[in-house]
Design a protein around this ligand. Sequence first.
Ligand code: GRF
Length: 205
Amino acid sequence: MLNLAILISGRGSNMENIVKSIKKNKIPVNPVVVISNKSDAKGLEIAKKLGVKTEIIESNGLKGGNWEYDSKLVAALEKYKVTPQNGLVCLAGFMRIMSPEFIKYYKGRILNIHPAILPSFPGLHSQKQALDYGVKYTGCTVHFVDEGIDTGPIILQSIVKVKDNDTEESLSKRILKQEHKIYPKAVKMFAKGKIKISGRKTVTS
Ligand code: GRF
């Protein structure tokens, strides 16, 4: 069975939702570890309550995209048998850029959720970017992680209508609901071998 690691930095609602969905819908995935780069990440307690092992690998000022940090991640992931053969790494609010070495190691096995319809509004504060731009629709995207920032092949997207009176908070809340729908769905599709990467695209069967 696929061994899943979920990487978080904070609240962990996507992580919680993925783990619960795996159990509820009998998705053939084993959530073996939740790793945080912050010791005070709220999601760590949630993971423990759900019976998932946790690890803290503090990033302590180490810049993102750095192999010095990511090699520690790989060591932890290997300890939990999250391998390039049978592993899946889900980034869920993990506030670090992955190094090229890490991406190469787990090629085609790293997913991320982004709170906008990519390629619009990559990077940080996507909900605010969408509001400031004045778009009428935004949403969220599950995609493979490649060397760019939020540029990897797209797996699933969900649209959210922007209301005239939306604040960053109200919009983020509605987007998050959609995130919770599409991320477990993408994990299930991956686990069942239904996603093929073809250049910039994914083809699903
Ligand atoms: C989500 O909005 C996700 O799209 C973004 O970071 C946030 C993480 O939230 N990448 P949570 O920790 O899953 O609650």
